[in-house]
Design a protein around this ligand. Structure first.
Ligand code: CMC
Length: 432
């Protein structure tokens, strides 16, 4: 759904004029198409951090960062969070339309029949030391699916691709929950396919063979909303990683494994874990909010307010508004004595009335309050980012699929401006 409108941007290099097509999307940014720039001019573009680069056209997600708008396939995320189930949202993201009742049931069945892992995979979990971070285990085990599910490893075969998508969606909750069970030394709890996606995940996380887990419906609903809110966000670091790796025509599992690694970083999905750690540190340090805000503003201090700021949002992150509302409800009902929610709200107030944050348009992002909900649900801090991964999975899959279906798909291969030495003479070891 893009057009060129015959508009062009003029570029003059050494007095010679070049016309570059302007691409116009449905809404939002217009793009100067530089894909032929090198062939035309011998120049490349330089764009630190890809802040102005669109590596692709996509129909999956629209983010208007100035106005705090997020839509999946045209639907407002607020509406999806209120009215949809996570698997319904996954279908929408991957296939482009909300499913009919029959399509949704078929989709859920196709997922359900793949929830088990190969028994041999349990030995992979056992090989990790007890303190291993769940994100390291998650990326390794997801990558290993390529060995166990070889008959769905060809990304250019449509039948194998579909099978890989079902397997990936089905096994991710199982693998995520097994990471947790491994870390606390409890036996793995197998999936129960009569449960919904979110119920099943909580069951595998918290049931033990000797006792059934009675999950509060509020937790199931909160998880459903959190997963929907995390499901997709355009060309973020991890989605770009999935596409970059997948563009080589490696299998889906390896591509998703790369996305999990990218998500782990504290500047991306790891911010939810880092944010709770920051709040705990502030609480333990006498709740001196001014001190931490001053540190965040100090250019010589690497400390930043975790869960604050966003490359795209220059307004309140619409996801953070919903997460904060859920926090209010759950804290009132289950954790009135948890001091961190109050502390987080105070920190938000202090930051949002400080000119540093106001001028830079730094607002709470989706990670600022999500950890407080996970804590109430009994999910330990080091699992927060794994839950982000579980939520983001449909978005990764949707972009991976869209890329493979796009006509003229090419391997992603950026260039660079070389600033090192010119050719120099080799110095033998003995003379160095
Ligand atoms: N605390 C203090 N200062 C900040 C923060 C922050 N959290 N975020 C940005 N700034 C400052 C930054 O120092 C810079 O100041 P100056 O103009 O004086 O150099 C200015 O704001 C612009 O920031 P930037 O680093 O150019 O922004 P970016 O787009 O490169 O980084 C970010 C975006 C999300 C990595 C950054 O805001 C950050 O580190 N936030 C904390 C980590 C975090 O919460 N990440 C989760 C993002 S949302 C979930 C996801 O999708 O990953």
């Amino acid at each position: 759904m893009s057009s060129t409108n015959e508009e062009t941007a003029k570029l003059i290099i050494d007095g010679k004029e070049y016309a570059l097509p302007i691409r116009i999307g449905t809404e939002g940014n217009r793009a100067i198409d530089v894909s032929k720039l090198y062939a035309m001019t011998g120049h490349i573009t330089l764009d630190d951090g890809f802040a102005n680069t669109g590596p692709t056209m996509s129909m999956i997600c629209y983010v208007d960062g100035e106005n705090g708008v997020l839509r999946y396939r045209g639907y407002r995320v607020e509406e999806l969070a209120e009215r949809c189930d996570f698997t319904e949202t996954a279908y929408l993201l991957i296939y482009g339309e909300l499913p009919t009742g029959d399509q949704l049931e078929e989709f859920r069945t196709n997922i359900r029949v793949h929830t088990l892992l190969h028994e041999g995979m349990k030995r992979i979990f056992a090989g990790f030391p007890p303190q291993a971070h769940p994100m390291a285990i998650l990326s390794a085990v997801v990558g290993a699916l390529a060995i166990y599910d070889k008959d769905s490893a060809d990304p250019v075969d449509p039948v194998q691709s579909e099978l890989a998508i079902y397997r990936m969606l089905a096994k991710m909750p199982t693998i995520t929950a097994f990471c947790y069970k491994q870390s606390i030394g409890q036996p793995f709890i197998y999936p129960q396919n009569k449960l919904t996606y979110c119920q099943n995940f909580l069951h595998m996380m918290f049931a033990v063979p000797s006792e059934q887990y009675r999950m509060p419906v509020d937790f199931v609903n909160a998880l459903n909303v959190l997963l929907i809110l995390h499901a997709e966000h355009g060309q973020n670091c991890s989605t770009s990683a999935v596409q970059m790796v997948g563009s080589s025509n490696v299998n889906l599992f390896s591509s998703i494994s790369a996305g999990i690694c990218a998500l782990w970083g504290a500047l991306h999905g790891g911010a939810n874990e880092a944010c709770i750690k920051m709040l705990e540190d502030i609480a333990a340090d006498g709740r001196d909010l001014g001190k931490y805000v001053d540190r965040a503003k100090d250019p010589d201090d690497p400390f930043r307010l975790m869960g604050f700021g966003h490359r795209v949002y220059k307004n309140y992150d619409p996801r953070a508004t919903i997460v904060k509302e859920i926090c209010h409800r759950l804290v009132d009902k289950y954790a009135a004595d948890d001091p961190l929610f109050e502390l987080a709200q105070e920190l938000e107030e202090v930051a949002l009335s400080d000119p540093y944050f106001v001028e830079r348009k730094l607002y709470p992002n989706v990670d600022f309050y999500s950890g407080i909900i996970y804590r109430i649900m009994g999910i330990p801090n080091n699992m927060f980012t794994a839950l982000f991964a579980l939520g983001r999975l449909p978005g990764w899959v949707a972009h991976w699929r869209e890329m493979h279906l796009a006509p003229g798909k090419r391997i992603h291969r950026p260039r660079q401006l070389y600033t090192g030495h010119s050719e120099r003479e080799f110095v033998p070891l003995i003379k160095r």
